[in-house]
Structures are given as structure tokens and as C-alpha cells.
Design a protein around this ligand. Structure first.
Ligand code: ADP
Ligand code: MG
Length: 329
């Protein structure tokens, strides 16, 4: 006897999900397009919030969710089903309110897989990083999105097509940066979805995420985000460090109890580690640039003396121990 476990998720809004005017407006656009019958595609660099938004939008739709992650080793049969075999499913517990597992015992029967299940029952499909799968594996999506027909191999009880349920919706994400393992996505597939290009969150959102997820006071969260954003602007491709660096810094500060201050050697060390050359992608002599500018950037955003005009920052940092922190709201 062969078994297949299907994992269908019921998403609920997470308590630490941050909703600012920026997030609200992107969410609303996505919902409008989905409700008009179009698949949507969040496209953006790492850390621009694609996966989180996809989960949030799917939760708003209120239907069960099938989650797929792009994978170089996928074949179409992995998306729509395979005739036999046991496949374990990856459970992502991050956004999951409850995980419903449906076990099906099959014996020489077609085994529905996640995409087939979503199409059949009208669930919401989240296909995260779909360009990591080979274009041939994704071809099956063309007729699903256009004709709302899922083509099944003829072995499936004599049927060759499955009519896609009217409630079926699809949310895709991808990262346009070129790196190993990502295939140039097919134009035909992209032509069938509405692409919402995401940039890094705006300042307000980035601070709110940092504050919510670390518990640090607003002014310390703001200082950390300012530091990270200044490092981000040093980079040529303007992608890193991402909001993940804000979360790392703020959570480590919260856990270690050090001060968000240019004068705190622990804070400086944490910044050095988190914002090191791997995080700050500066193409010319990255190590030197990132570390040379660290003191100056820290002195600018978290001095422990009243804010100084440019040029006095370094002097201010030296005197900082005498003053008290004045920054932000
Ligand atoms: N609206 C939001 N509310 C709370 N946290 C968020 C929000 N958007 C992004 N994050 C956090 O920021 C980080 C990056 O977001 P993620 O969705 O994983 O980005 P991407 O998929 O584009 O790489 C994650 O830790 C995520 O939890
Ligand atoms: Mg992601």
C-alpha cells in the first residue's frame, strides 16, 4: 500500500504581522487583482517581504492554502501528482494556525498532489520562489491559469483534464536577482499573472517590523533601521543588508541588553558581525568600506550626545559618554 500525505494549511493573521499604509496598499492591490480573477506575483529582492505578503494575502482570502516552494528538482509530476510513492511534505509552521493533514491510502491509484488538490477543491496556491523550478516543470501552470484546466496524464482514471475550481487562486513570488539555481522565468507564464514589484519596505514599515519583532523601544528600533538603511545605500545593487539585519540587530540587542549607542563596545561588535562583508554588498573593496564607515554611521544614528551636525559626528562620539541619548520621537 502506498501513502501520500497532503498538507493543507489554514492561515490566520499572525499577531506580529505589521500593517502600515504601505503594507495595506500592496495587500489591497493584490486582493483586487485576485478578485478580478488574475494570479498575482510578488517580485522583489530578498527581504522585501514577498513570502510574508503572500501568506497575508492568502489569509485574507479565507480559504485553505497549499504551499509550494520552487525546486530545481521538481518535475511536473511533483506538482500535480505521481502514480505512486511516498512523499513527505515540508511543514512550515510560521503562518500556520492549524495544519490539516489528510492521509490517503492508495493502491495503484492516482495520487493527487498539492497543485491538483488546490485546483480540485478551490484552495489558494502559494508558489514561493517559483523560478527556482525548471520552466518545463512549471508548464503545467499555463493551462491552469489561462483555460482553468489542469491537464492530467491519461493514466488518471481515463480523465485527461480537470476543471479548475472557481475559487482557485494563485500567488507567486520570485526574486529577480540572478543567482545560481534560478531559471529565467517563462514569458508565457509571466504574461498570465500580474506582477507587483516590491522594493524594500518604507522607513515606517521597517521600523514597525523591527520594533514589533524585537520589543525594543521605537527610538532604538529607528536608530537600528537608520544604520541598516545607510549601509544598504552604500551598496551598488542596493539590496543588502535587508530587514533581516534589522531584526538580527534588534533581537540581539534586546536579548543581550546592550545599549543602542556608538559608545557601547558590545553594540559595535554586534553591528560589525551582523553588517559584515557578507551582508553589506559593496562591490569595491567591501570589507574596507563597510568597516571604515561603521564608526561614522553609528555616531550619526545613535550618538549619546545631542544630535550633531555633519562633520562633528566623530568628535561627538568621543564625548558621547558624558551625554544622554537624545534621538527620535
Ligand atoms: N508586514 C510584516 N510584518 C511583520 N514582519 C514582516 C513583514 N514583512 C516582512 N516581515 C519580516 O521580514 C523578514 C523578511 O520578510 P520575507 O517575507 O521573508 O521576505 P522575502 O520573502 O522577500 O525574502 C521576515 O523575517 C519577516 O517575518
Ligand atoms: Mg521569501
Amino acid at each position: 500500500m502506498m501513502q501520500e500525505e497532503l498538507t493543507v494549511l489554514s492561515l490566520d493573521r499572525k499577531p506580529d504581522f505589521v500593517e502600515t499604509p504601505y503594507i495595506e496598499s500592496v495587500t489591497q492591490r493584490a486582493l483586487d487583482y485576485l478578485q478580478a480573477g488574475y494570479p498575482i506575483h510578488f517580485c522583489g529582492a530578498a527581504g522585501t517581504g514577498k513570502t510574508t505578503l503572500a501568506m497575508h494575502v492568502a489569509a485574507q482570502l479565507g480559504r485553505q492554502v497549499v504551499l509550494l516552494h520552487g525546486n530545481d528538482e521538481f518535475a511536473s509530476s511533483d506538482l500535480i501528482g505521481a502514480q505512486s510513492g511516498y512523499r513527505s511534505t515540508k511543514v512550515i509552521d510560521n503562518y500556520i494556525h492549524s495544519v490539516l493533514k489528510k492521509e490517503e491510502s492508495v493502491s495503484k491509484q492516482w495520487v493527487d498532489n498539492r497543485l491538483t488538490t488546490a485546483c480540485k477543491y478551490g484552495f489558494t496556491l502559494i508558489y514561493d520562489e517559483f523560478t527556482r523550478s525548471r520552466p518545463e516543470a512549471n508548464n503545467v501552470l499555463l493551462s491552469i491559469l489561462e483555460e482553468r484546466l489542469l491537464e492530467l496524464p491519461s493514466i488518471h482514471l481515463g480523465e485527461s483534464y480537470l476543471q479548475v475550481h472557481p475559487n482557485f487562486c494563485a500567488i507567486f513570488t520570485s526574486n529577480p536577482e540572478e543567482y545560481a539555481g534560478v531559471h529565467k522565468s517563462q514569458d508565457a507564464l509571466l504574461d498570465r499573472m500580474i506582477t507587483i514589484t516590491l522594493d524594500h519596505h518604507d522607513l515606517e514599515t521597517e521600523v514597525a517590523i523591527t520594533q514589533t519583532k524585537s520589543g525594543l523601544p521605537w527610538k532604538h528600533s529607528k536608530a537600528i533601521v537608520d544604520i541598516v538603511r545607510e549601509f544598504r545605500d552604500l551598496g551598488v545593487n542596493n539590496c543588502r543588508p535587508t530587514v533581516r539585519a534589522c531584526l538580527m540587530l534588534s533581537r540581539i540587542v534586546a536579548a543581550s541588553g546592550c545599549a543602542v549607542s556608538a559608545d557601547d563596545p558590545d553594540f559595535k561588535r554586534i553591528c560589525r558581525d551582523v553588517l559584515g562583508p557578507n551582508s553589506v554588498k559593496v562591490s569595491h573593496n567591501s570589507r574596507a568600506v563597510a568597516f571604515e564607515r561603521l564608526d561614522e554611521i553609528l555616531a550619526k544614528h545613535c550618538p549619546s550626545v545631542p544630535k550633531l551636525v555633519k562633520g562633528e559626528a566623530a568628535a561627538g562620539a568621543r564625548k558621547a559618554a558624558q551625554g544622554s541619548s537624545i534621538h527620535g520621537k
